[in-house]
Structure formats: C-alpha cells, structure tokens
Design a protein around this ligand. Structure first.
Ligand code: F6P
Length: 362
C-alpha cells in the first residue's frame, strides 16, 4: 500500500525536469491519492534533511519552465560526499544519515530523476533496502535502457539554432566556423544537431579524428567553390591517439572532469593547415537552459506517469525507459555505471556520411 512518495532531481539540470515533477505529482495525487514530498537540491537535501510537501498547486503551471523547481546538486553523494576538512576535500560515506532522513520522511518510495551519476546512487540506495524508481534525465542522451532521455531534444534544438546562425555568417565571411557542443563522452548532440544543421564536418567522441583529414575536407570544399565550412564538434571529441581537452577539474566532485575547449583548439589547427580564416563558438550551458521543446514536455510527462505506474506495481529498482515507442521498466543494474554511445551502424551516422558529412576518419 503506497501512501507517500518522495522525488528528487540530481546532476546537471535540463529542460523537462519540471514536466516530470508535475507529471509524477499530479498523477500520484489525482489517480491514487498519494502524498508527494519534494527533496531539495538532489541528494544534498536527502543528506541534510531538506524537503517540502508538493501540493497540486505547487506543480501547476510549471510544464514550460526550464531548470528544476526542487533544485539540484551534481556533487552531493550519500556514499561519497565531499566535505571540507582542514582546507582539504575529503569524501565521506553519509548514507546512513541519508537513509535515516528518508525513513523520517515516512515515504514508501523514492523517485530519482537523473543521469548516470544520480541513477548509480539510486541503485546503491536500492541495495541498501530503499525502494527506488528512476527517470532518465540528461541532455547527453547517453543512458542505457532508453532510446532517448528527456532534455536531449531541447539541447539539440538550441545547438541546431546555433549552427543555423553560424551558417549565414560563415557564408558571408568565407570562414570555417566551429561550434562546440556538450555531451560528455557521447556524441549524440553533435550528431543530431550536426545532421540537422547541415554540418560539413561532425566530430564525435566515438570516432577519433585525424586533423589532416579534417583540413583536407575544408580545402576540398574550397576547391569546389564552397567558400565556407561548418564544423560541429562534441566537447568529448579527441584526435586519433590523443586526449580530450579538459576545461576544469572539480575537486569536490565525485566525477571531477569537466570537458570543454576542443572547439578553439581545432579552429586554430584548421586555420594553420588550410590558410582559411576560422572562428569558434563554445555553446556551453545555453544547451541546458530555457523552455523544453514540445517533444521533451510530452516525453517527460510520459516518463513521470510511467514512473508512478512502476511504483503502483511495486516494480522498484527500475528506471522507466522508452524502447521502440513503449514505456518499459529497465533494471537499474543495467543503467548504473553504464553509458550508451553511438554505434558505427547508427542510422543517422550512416545517413550523415551518405550525404557527405566528414567524421574525420576517412
Ligand atoms: O551531463 C550534462 C552536461 O551538461 C554535460 O554535457 C557537460 O559535460 C556537463 O554536464 C557540464 O557540467 P557542469 O554544469 O558541471 O559544468
């Protein structure tokens, strides 16, 4: 018998989180008469016992809002929580406190909305006896067990708009314009926005590039009378035999590496190797902000409703996923610690190659 559930949103934010909070809360209240507790700032709120009741009115009118009304943290981790001691960051296991707080909230289940970090922690909580259900959230689209995550479509829309804007100025000035997009170690945003924006060169982490082949493509376009080139590069792209460009190390993060900066690096290389003037833009967090697309709002609503169905079926330890058009439960064990990457036979990858996009490998 489910009477009361809690929900938290963890990791980097993305458009559509509020649509999930709304969907879970409204369905729980309307269909099942269940109370909903919103835990603030992800696992940080669980560790420090910060939460509030979510009433129907609290989630009314939030479907269009970006970000998360509950706040989030991509540092807090009950099993490896960063704490400053004597001027140094040490990682402490505070899971007993977090679990005791959850017990005090008197909830029958915890809904964790997040990416691989958040859902890996959810899986640990499950192993410690907490009934959890996951919802797949990330602009990176790199979670196992679901064909797509919410937030991805919105990020691709922003990136594609960026490419479209660079297209016209690239044409006017006869330049190579490089746009760096997010995605961590998966190239989904670069592939989809690159294909949608007509990128001439698309560089993704899954396919290490040869800078000479990239330069050759730019020169080839120039020889054929195309006086500009659009390069879409994923922040996690790296040269053959080389390394990713790290923007910063977050000392108090369980996942310390923040990628970024490969765009400006490759712009300089292209200019040197081709003699064609180049400019770069790092799109950054613009991809994570703002209102969700209609697709993401609908997907987030389905995920939220599906998560409540999993709870009512006592199907704990699972994440709601979208597979071949259907909402399905996916064991968290399959999601935790795994990443979904672009495969060489990905249909869009093959289609982009077939219309002449260069991936820096041939
Ligand atoms: O995982 C989402 C994401 O936006 C990645 O694409 C990016 O590498 C990272 O988060 C950026 O993290 P932060 O917000 O800590 O800079």
């Amino acid at each position: 018998m489910i009477r009361r559930i809690a929900i938290l949103t963890g990791g980097g934010d993305c458009p559509g989180i509020n649509a999930v909070i709304r969907s879970v809360t409204k369905k729980a209240i309307l269909q099942h008469g269940i109370e909903v507790i919103g835990i603030e700032d992800g696992y940080e709120g669980l560790i420090h016992n910060r939460y509030r009741r979510l009433h129907f009115e609290d989630v009314s009118g939030i479907i269009t809002m970006g970000g998360t009304i509950l706040g989030t943290s991509n540092r807090a981790d009950p099993y490896k929580n960063p704490t400053l001691k004597g001027g140094k960051t040490v990682f402490e296991d505070v899971s007993k406190t977090a679990i005791a707080n959850l017990k005090k909230m008197d909830v029958d289940c915890l809904v964790c909305v997040g990416g691989d970090g958040t859902l890996t922690i959810a899986y640990q909580l499950l192993k410690d006896g907490i009934p959890v259900v996951g919802v797949p959230k990330t602009i990176d689209n790199d979670l196992m067990g679901t064909d797509v995550t919410f937030g991805f479509d919105s990020a691709v829309a922003v990136a594609t708009d960026g490419i479209d804007r660079l297209h016209t100025t690239a044409q006017s000035h006869h330049r190579a314009m490089i746009i760096e997009v997010m995605g961590r170690n998966a190239g989904w945003i670069a592939l989809h926005s690159g294909a949608a924006g007509g990128g001439d060169i698309i560089l993704i982490p899954e396919i290490p590039y040869d800078i000479n082949l990239v330069a050759e493509k730019v020169k080839d376009r120039s020889r054929r009378g195309k006086r500009f080139t659009l390069v879409v590069i994923s922040e996690g792209a790296k040269p053959m035999g080389g390394q990713v460009v790290v923007r910063r190390l977050v000392a108090d993060g369980a996942e310390p590496v923040r990628l970024g900066g490969v765009g400006p690096v490759i712009a300089d290389q292209i200019e040197k190797l081709t003699g064609i003037e180049s400019r770069s833009v790092v799109l950054g967090h613009l991809q994570r902000g703002g209102i969700p697309t209609a697709y993401d709002r609908a997907l987030a609503t389905s995920f939220g409703a599906g998560a409540v169905d999993l709870i009512m079926a006592n199907n704990f330890g699972t994440m709601i996923g979208l597979q071949k058009g259907s909402m399905v439960p996916v064991p968290l064990a399959q999601v935790a610690g795994a990443q979904r990457k672009i495969q060489p036979d990905d249909p869009l990858l093959l289609a982009a190659r077939s219309v002449g996009a260069c991936f820096g490998d041939v």
